[in-house]
Design a protein around this ligand. Structure first.
Ligand code: XLS
Ligand code: CA
Ligand code: CA
Length: 447
């Protein structure tokens, strides 16, 4: 259980105590129904499996503004006179929230935590100051940093990209920010460092030298990796795929694109993937698909747990309350042997219309309960011999004889042709999709 702290006189979420596990019979909206951090499932506690993190930007900076109107939430921690005062209040509010929610990790961008200064040195100084404060709050509450990152997409200087910007001066600015954000991540003991290439892509193919830009991106990542290792960062660098938005096309399109890029540039030893649900669906995949591709490659690093809306095609970053997503996601995670030093970060925002301070708790509680349920169901599904047998049976023809020789690369194309000619038409063999889907449904209602 994290220690709850209010710093100074101010409590930002009055009337809300520490959120407890009350079990499935509870009708308290401010209690966990399924997430019991100490409950052991498949050999580990729920807290160890799920490694939940809250994000700083959506929950403590954003106010619900959209392209059609201003924010709808007035944060009580954004009242200070100067940007420095407001940054400090925000840290206090955030750590009060993290500890009341009993969430073990958090994530930040450089300029959510601190405000950007007029020069590189001023920004570095602002960030150092806020890192010092965050470090104190981490020590006081027991909350740890899952990952840090640099915002290389909001400032107008990045309108044509950061590491892939056609102007070298902008690339150097991006490097300065990544250096400071890596320093901050190391200082805060972060387990991972994320690169999300928000503007690393193009708006117009005809004015872009894509070959050069991709090369620059690889060089930039190499330099960041080398610097990180030189200051003692021994965690994982993560690339977060996204196909578009804000750019028309982003180079880190989806999991398989990023895997190919990392392998091509020899970066797969230091980098893994941070798979976000809503980005996978924007790329035309399911969330579980991108998780599976990353896991199969041995590169599943961490997860941004959220969801999109099936009725529209943009990045709505909703809280992950779709049970199927959580079940399918946890099936991949458990089969992959867990998240290692990664986690489940709620890169999600409450809806613009959700304006009560308690809505932030309710949304996170729902996300944590949904993934806890996903874990419980996934464990039952994977332990069900019918599923393992069914999959084993589908591939049985490769276990021995000519199929096994094919897998060992012992058969050439002519040999394969001769086998087909002598055996005649293969029999139709059912894929049993409905059976598998029914089986998962049975386990969902069985718990
Ligand atoms: C935006 C991304 C971003 C990254 C971190 O779509 O999800 O928030 O996770 O820069
Ligand atoms: Ca994200
Ligand atoms: Ca997103």
């Amino acid at each position: 259980m994290r220690r709850t702290v209010f710093i100074g006189e101010r409590e930002y979420f009055p009337g809300i105590g520490q959120i407890q596990y009350e079990g499935r019979e509870s009708d308290n909206p401010l209690a966990f129904k399924s997430y019991d951090p100490t409950r052991v499932v498949a050999g580990k506690t729920m807290e160890e499996h799920l490694r939940f993190a809250a994000c700083y930007w959506h929950s403590f900076c954003a106010t619900g503004a959209d392209p059609f109107g201003p924010g709808t939430r007035v944060h009580p921690w954004a009242t200070g006179k100067t940007p420095r005062d407001r940054s400090r209040e925000r840290v206090d509010a955030a750590f009060e929230f993290f500890s009341k929610l009993n969430i073990p990790f958090w994530c930040f961008h450089d300029f959510d935590l601190a405000f950007e200064g007029g020069t590189v040195s001023e920004s570095e100084q602002n960030l150092c100051e806020m890192v010092e404060l965050a470090r104190e709050r981490q020590d006081a509450t027991g909350v740890s940093l899952l990952w840090g990152t640099a915002n290389l997409f909001s400032h107008p200087r990045y309108m044509n990209g950061a590491s892939t910007n056609p102007d070298f001066a902008v690339v150097t600015y991006a490097a300065a920010q990544v250096k400071a954000a890596l320093d901050a991540t190391v200082e805060l003991g972060g387990s991972n460092y994320v690169f999300w290439g928000g503007r690393e892509g193009y708006a117009c193919l005809q004015n872009t030298d894509t070959r050069r830009e991709l090369e620059h991106m690889a060089i930039f990542l190499e330099r960041a990796r080398d610097y990180g290792r030189s200051i003692g960062f021994d965690g994982t660098f993560l690339i977060e795929p996204k196909p578009m938005e804000p750019m028309k096309h982003q180079y880190d399109f989806d999991a398989q694109t990023v895997i190919g890029f990392l392998r091509h540039h020899g970066l797969a030893g230091d980098f893994k993937l941070n798979v976000e649900a809503n980005h996978a669906t924007l790329a035309g995949h399911s969330f579980a698909h991108d998780l599976r591709m990353a896991a199969d490659a041995g590169l599943l690093g961490s997860i941004d747990a959220n969801r999109g809306d099936p009725q529209n095609g943009w990045d709505t970053d909703q809280f992950p309350l779709d049970l199927y997503d959580c079940v399918h996601g946890m099936m991949v995670v458990l089969e992959a042997g867990g998240l290692g030093d990664g986690g489940l970060n709620f890169d999600a925002k409450v809806r613009r219309e959700s304006t009560d301070p308690e809505d932030l708790f309710i949304a996170h509680i729902g996300g944590m309960d949904s993934w806890a349920r996903g874990l419980l169901v996934a464990e039952r599904v994977l332990a069900d011999a019918r599923l393992t047998e069914l999959i084993g049976d589908r591939y049985r023809s490769f276990d021995s004889g000519a199929g096994a020789r094919f897998e060992r690369r012992d058969l050439d194309l002519v040999a394969l042709r001769d086998l087909a000619a002598s055996a005649g038409q293969p029999e139709a063999r059912s894929g049993k999709q409905e059976l598998v889907e029914n089986l998962i449904n049975d386990h969902i209602v069985a718990g």
